[in-house]
Design a binder for this molecule. Structure first.
Ligand code: TRP
Length: 383
C-alpha cells in the first residue's frame, strides 16, 4: 500500500489494544518521567503485536530508520532490514527514515552525507525494501515534520530528558553534549508521530526513546485533544533477531571496522573473517556465554544457512577455528551474492536512488503537512 493512499489519521490511537501503562497526568507540575517498561514486558507485548499484525496488517503503520553514517552491515541485515522486508511483504505500511539530522552532532563536517545517504538507500533496496510499497525519506527534507518538534518540546521536562540512558550512550563526542543531541528523543517523537505511526521496530537500546514518544503523544492528546485522542500511542516492536558481534568480539559498529558491510567484496569478507577473534579450543560449539567470539561466528553462519547454530557447530566438530572460518566465508558470500549484485547495479545509478528518495520525500511531506495543519487547529494556532 502506498503511504500517500492512506488518509492521515486512519491509524487512530485505538487501533492497537491499549497498553497497560496508565495515562500520564497533565503537565504542570511536570509529570514524572515515564517508567520504561521492563524488557520482559516489552517482549510479551511484541509477541501480542506480531499476532495482531498477522491478523490485520493494514492496521499498522511502521516507522523506523537509520543514521546515514556509512555502509550497513550484516548486523543490520539480520537484525532489522530483513524484518522490515518481512513487514512490508505482510502488507504493513512501512516508512523508512534516513535520519540525517542525527549525524550532524557527531561529525565536524558531514561532507560525505550525500554519498552516505545514497549508499544507505542502495543498501535498503538491495535488501528487499520496495520503493513502490514503502516510503523512504530523509527527515531534514520534511519541513512540517521538523516544526512538530516545537510543541513537542513543550511537553517534556529537561529533567526527564536528562535521565534518558540512550542519549548518554549515543553521545560519542568527547566535548559537551549539544542541545540537539540532548533533544534527539523529542525529534524522534516528531519522526514517529508526524505520520501517525503506531509501530516502531527497534532494538532494546531505543526503548527509552520510544517511551518519550509515547509520553509526548499522550500528553498532546490530553492537553489539546481531550476525549478525542489525535496521535496514536505507538508501540515498540522488539525483533527476535539475535545480536551479532563484530569480528573482534565487540559491538558490531559501522565506525569500529569490525563489521562486514553488505557492500563489501567477497575478498574483503574473507579477509575480515580470517582475522576474526576465536579461542584455543579445538572443538567448535555454540555457547554464547562461555565462548562469545566463536559462537558469534557460528551464529552468523547459521543465519546464512538457515540452520540452528548448535547443528552448524556440531557439523564442524573438531575441525577447529579454521574450518569454522572457511564454512562461514562461503556461507556468507553465497548468502549475500544476489544482494550484492543488486546493490552494485543500484549504486551505478545514483539518479535512480535520488528519484526514490525524492518520491519518498514528497509522500512524507504530504503526510507531514496534513498533520501539522491538524496540530495547528488543535492548538488554536491557525489564524
Ligand atoms: N536513533 C536511531 C538510530 O540511531 C535512528 C532514528 C531516528 C530512529 N529517528 C528514529 C529510529 C525514529 C526509530 C524511530 O539508529
Amino acid at each position: 500500500m502506498l503511504a500517500n493512499t492512506v488518509p492521515a489519521n486512519t491509524v487512530s490511537a485505538n487501533t492497537v489494544p491499549a497498553n497497560t501503562v496508565p495515562a500520564t497526568p497533565l503537565l504542570d507540575p511536570m509529570p514524572a518521567a515515564p517508567v520504561a517498561p521492563s524488557l520482559a514486558a516489552a517482549q510479551r507485548r511484541s509477541a501480542d503485536l506480531e499476532a495482531a499484525i498477522r491478523a490485520d496488517p493494514g492496521r499498522f503503520r511502521v516507522l523506523t530508520g537509520d543514521r546515514p553514517t556509512g555502509r550497513l552491515h550484516v548486523g543490520h541485515l539480520f537484525g532489522t532490514l530483513l524484518n522490515r522486508v518481512r513487514l512490508q511483504r505482510l502488507g504493513v505500511d512501512v516508512m523508512v527514515l534516513v535520519a540525517d539530522y542525527q549525524t550532524i552532532t557527531d561529525r565536524d563536517s558531514p561532507d560525505t552525507l550525500p554519498t552516505d545517504v545514497l549508499g544507505l538507500i542502495a543498501d535498503y533496496l538491495a535488501a528487499g525494501l520496495d520503493p513502490d510499497r514503502c516510503t523512504i525519506f530523509a527527515h531534514s527534507q520534511i519541513a512540517s515534520l521538523n516544526q512538530l518538534m516545537l510543541p513537542f518540546l513543550s511537553l517534556v521536562s529537561v529533567a526527564e530528558l536528562s535521565r534518558n540512558p540512550t542519549v548518554k550512550d549515543e553521545s560519542t563526542s568527547a566535548g559537551p553534549m549539544s542541545a540537539l543531541m540532548f533533544s534527539y528523543p523529542v525529534h524522534q517523537a516528531a519522526d514517529i508521530l508526524f505520520c501517525q505511526a503506531n509501530l516502531v521496530p527497534v532494538g532494546q537500546d531505543q526503548l527509552p526513546h520510544v517511551e518519550v514518544t509515547r509520553a509526548i503523544a499522550r500528553r498532546f492528546n490530553e492537553r489539546y485533544a481531550p476525549g478525542r485522542p489525535y496521535f496514536p500511542v505507538p508501540d515498540s516492536l522488539l525483533s527476535g533477531a539475535p545480536l551479532l558481534l563484530g569480528v573482534d568480539g565487540g559491538k558490531m559498529s559501522k565506525s569500529r571496522r569490525n563489521a562486514i558491510a553488505l557492500a563489501a567484496s567477497e575478498d574483503e569478507t574473507a579477509r575480515l573473517i580470517r582475522g576474526a577473534r576465536t579461542d584455543d579450543e579445538r572443538v567448535i560449539s555454540y555457547q554464547p556465554d562461555r565462548r562469545p567470539e566463536v559462537s558469534n561466528l557460528v551464529l552468523l553462519a547459521a543465519l546464512c544457512l538457515d540452520q540452528p547454530p548448535a547443528e552448524v557447530a556440531a557439523g564442524i566438530g573438531d575441525g577447529g577455528a579454521a574450518a569454522l572460518k572457511r564454512l562461514l566465508t562461503e556461507a556468507l558470500n553465497e548468502r549475500l551474492r544476489p544482494l550484492r549484485a543488486r546493490r552494485r547495479e543500484l549504486a551505478a545509478d545514483p539518479g535512480y536512488l535520488r528519484q526514490v528518495l525524492a518520491t519518498g520525500n514528497q509522500r512524507a511531506r504530504d503526510i507531514a503537512d496534513r498533520t501539522l495543519a491538524d496540530v495547528q487547529s488543535l492548538m488554536h494556532t491557525k489564524y
